[in-house]
Design a protein around this ligand. Structure first.
Ligand SMILES: C[S@@+](CC[C@H](N)C(=O)[O-])C[C@H]1O[C@@H](n2cnc3c(N)ncnc32)[C@H](O)[C@@H]1O
Length: 211
């Protein structure tokens, strides 16, 4: 299934759960900071930020359904449909880019790398990339599906869900390589609840664009 079709079909029903650490964010950002949420879904993270006084925000998502739900649920937010993994903003313009559970939806190294480069382009020097995403698990259920789809996708950690999503859990050393353009401020291993109610290894990463 085309992945945009899947995310459109999920747009009315799924609840996303990875957590925004507002205290960490406040350490890095003034209230007027321009914050971009890429792959913003229905905008729940930007609404949390809005409630905390961060109102200069834009959310992008390639799923029209997600953006429609967001506009209905949170009409005060600036939510837009994105295309081709691009962020249509000037270079050096954003103070923070949030990327929560989006890498997991982009299964190939090349597309992930070009998205990270696009994020680096739009961030100001000193701007922050804030990622929450999934790491490889070692339990039998996960190992079975990583092995089952390894031949089809060529990357250990990629798997299909019966409902049509193709997702990726990442090797920690791969994430270190992917985020190389940034200076790591913190990188913490954590357990997340997934959108289907399971638990998965994950990480929270904050990196700074060097000036
Ligand atoms: C698991 S959801 C997380 C949504 C949101 N970040 C959150 O934490 O609430 C992943 C989102 O990424 C979007 N997405 C997946 N691939 C994308 C891409 N290549 N470009 C833009 N959005 C994408 C999906 O439509 C979906 O809304």
């Amino acid at each position: 299934m085309n992945q945009k079709t899947y995310w459109n079909s999920a747009s009315e029903t799924k609840e996303f759960t990875t957590l925004l650490d507002i205290n960490t964010l406040k350490e890095h950002l003034k209230p007027e900071a321009l914050i971009i949420d890429y792959g913003c879904g229905y905008g729940r993270t930007l609404d949390s930020l809005w409630q905390q006084g961060y109102k200069n925000t834009i959310g992008y998502d390639f799923s029209e359904g997600m953006i429609q739900r967001g506009k209905k649920t949170f009409p005060h937010l600036n939510l837009r449909v994105s295309k081709n993994n691009k962020i249509p903003l000037e270079s050096n313009s954003a103070d923070m880019v949030i990327l929560f559970a989006v890498l997991t939806c982009i299964i190939d190294d090349k597309t992930q790398t070009s998205l990270i480069n696009e994020i680096e382009r739009v961030l100001k020097p000193g701007g922050i990339l804030y990622i929450n995403d999934f790491l490889l698990n070692t339990d039998e259920r996960n190992k079975k599906r990583y092995n089952a789809f390894y031949n089809k996708y060529g990357t250990y950690g990629v798997f299909e869900l019966p409902e049509g999503a193709v997702l990726r859990h990442h090797d920690k050393s791969y994430i270190e390589k992917l985020t190389k353009p940034f200076q790591t401020e913190s990188s913490t291993a954590i357990t997340f609840k997934t959108m289907n109610g399971h638990h998965s290894n994950g990480f929270v990463y904050l990196g700074k664009k060097l000036g």
